[in-house]
Design a protein around this ligand. Structure first.
Ligand code: ATP
Length: 531
């Protein structure tokens, strides 16, 4: 969601110099390291840096064979649950480049900005609300300043930097504990005294200025200002601009939602934390239109609960999820309430899904700017009104990163000979696992086994993403599947061909237990678990 009320976007969680990570009710970040996630994502073909052969392109990513499957599964689950399995939500696919007036009416042209700070010496650019500083106070006197970039260690880094500063300058006295503030809170006279993180020296940082995050392009053969258009920074405006089209043609009645999945683009100043904050990403947004007199708070709460339940249904543990309610005084004037569902990523507890009650602001803005009324007629009261909206907005890439982090584990297990070895496993829910089942003939040089395995593979792949693998020791093949999160392996062994009633060995990823299963029961299991 986007609030036009602020000149700059200031994350209320970081306001007043209190790092949000200090929030005591937040769940602990996942124990896994981001390095391990990034390495696995590359090694097994989930995610690559965009344009890697040219040195990469900051803020852009490619999804490899397994990543593309995983992402598609997340999208499909959302679409099925949000649109197809509900009677009150319809789908939409609007264009990425819309009339520039859409972005004027929505407030993005004037106000979709982040506060930017330049370092004039190093030419580095920082988001002001991610660049922290603290006064070095000795015996009650400010003797200088230190700075650090936002990370899970910011407060500790500032404290250490203050101690080093005092020691280097040989200042005697008692150092006060540092109070971290971000650059949006710096007083004009402080800015010249705060050292740049790039050079360590004061004097080169500029005051924060508003930087519009929309990517511009030109439409048609002219490249002048009359041809400027924007790559959409959110999908939501498509739903508002098409509200009347859907209302007039969709046989819908209030309350109802319009949902969309699609790419969005933001020229983030500091894309970071892998795919968490990138410049091209994918959103799944839904605008739920309600009567102006409806109980919006109840509806808001129902959607927050729905979103939480959905995240759990694709395998995110409740222990990693929490809620953050935006304080009333920080909301835009039109907003009635916003709650973010937060996820405990390895780099901290961060926004995953925002659910906002936006009143009728967006439709009213478009009605005023276009001159086309966006009202509908209430048969009961015989009055016209502009519907209000509840908006759950989430990023596919952030969900994908969350399922990677929550599912990743390294374990000590025993091989067939009893030797302890490491296994890396991705505990994906069967709903989103890129490969649902691996079909493995025990030996590749036994045509009887291979023939049954290939037949089963052919049958399964008509409905599911299946992997056929006949190379190497069976234990190693299981490990390869564990590492890409395949919930089940089916091994075609001698019992399959020798005993009546053709059964296979079904090996379960998480428990590593094995049991015999026949084909009908295998299909039944998949039918129940992959939905
Ligand atoms: P943030 O405060 O993290 O920048 P936001 O509040 O601006 O996010 P919204 O405008 O509410 O985000 O967008 C809805 C959702 O889109 C977010 O909850 C997030 O999941 C996703 N999203 C937003 N910006 C990015 C980005 N740069 N990269 C990846 N996903 C994003």
């Amino acid at each position: 969601m986007f609030f036009v009320y602020f000149v700059v976007k200031i994350d209320p969680r970081r306001a007043n110099g209190h790092l949000w990570r200090a929030m005591s009710d937040s769940p602990a970040p996942a124990a896994v390291s981001m390095d391990a996630i990034v390495a696995l994502a590359k090694r097994r073909g989930f995610i690559f840096q965009s344009s890697e052969i040219y040195g990469g392109f900051n803020g852009f990513f490619d999804y490899g064979p397994l990543g593309a499957e995983l992402k598609k599964n997340i999208r499909d689950c959302w679409w099925n649950d949000m649109v197809r399995r509900r009677d009150d939500v319809v789908g939409l696919e609007s264009s990425i480049i819309m009339h520039p007036k859409v972005w004027e009416a929505s407030g993005h042209v004037a106000g979709f900005t982040d506060p930017l700070v330049d370092c004039k010496v190093s030419k580095q650019r920082y988001r002001a609300d991610q660049l922290f500083f603290a006064a070095v106070v000795v015996d009650g006197q400010t003797v200088g300043y230190v700075s650090a970039l936002e990370s899970e260690k910011t407060a500790a880094e500032l404290q250490a930097a203050a101690e080093t500063f005092k020691r280097k300058k040989a200042i005697q006295g008692t150092l006060s504990p540092v109070v971290a503030k971000d650059m949006t809170e710096a007083k004009p006279e402080e800015i010249a005294l705060i050292p740049s993180p790039a050079t360590g020296e004061p004097g080169s940082l500029t005051p924060p200025r508003a930087f519009n995050m929309m990517f511009e392009t030109h439409v048609g053969p002219m490249r002048d200002s009359s041809a400027i258009a924007y790559l959409r920074p959110e999908t939501a405006q498509g739903m508002f601009a098409d509200f009347k089209n859907v209302w007039d043609t969709g046989r819908v009645k209030l309350p109802f939602g319009i949902a969309q999945i699609g790419k969005s683009f933001r020229n983030e100043i500091t894309p970071r934390n892998f795919i968490f904050r990138s410049r091209e990403f994918e959103q799944m947004e839904m605008e739920y239109f309600i009567h102006e007199d409806a109980d919006w708070a109840k509806c808001h709460e129902e959607w927050i609960s729905w979103c939480e339940a959905w995240l759990k249904s694709i395998g995110l543990p409740a222990s990693h999820l929490s809620r953050y309610t935006h304080p009333k005084e920080k909301l835009a004037f039109y907003s009635r309430g916003t709650v973010d569902i937060m996820f405990a990523y390895p780099f901290g507890v961060q926004e995953l899904w925002g659910i906002a009650a936006r009143g009728n602001y967006d439709l009213t803005q478009h009605a005023n700017a276009s001159g086309k009324p966006q009202e509908i007629f209430d048969e009961g009261t015989k009055k016209k009104f502009v519907p209000h909206v509840i908006e759950p907005a989430v990023g596919v890439d952030r969900i994908l990163l969350a399922v990677l982090c929550a599912g990743y584990a390294e374990e000590d297990v025993k091989d067939e000979k009893g030797n302890v070895e490491k296994r890396t496993v991705l505990r994906f829910s069967p709903r989103i696992a890129p490969v649902k089942v691996a079909v493995l003939p025990l030996l590749k040089n036994k045509p009887e086994l291979v023939a049954v395995a290939q037949k089963l593979h052919e049958k399964l792949k008509r409905k599911y993403a299946v992997f056929y693998d006949e190379a190497g020791a069976i234990g190693r093949r299981y490990r390869r599947q564990d590492e890409i999160g395949t919930p089940w392996c089916v091994t075609i062994d001698f019992e399959t061909i020798e005993k009546p009633g053709q059964t296979f060995t079904l090996r379960e990823r998480d428990s590593m237990t094995q049991k015999r299963i026949n084909e009908a029961d295998l299909f039944q299991l998949l039918e129940e678990q992959v939905y």
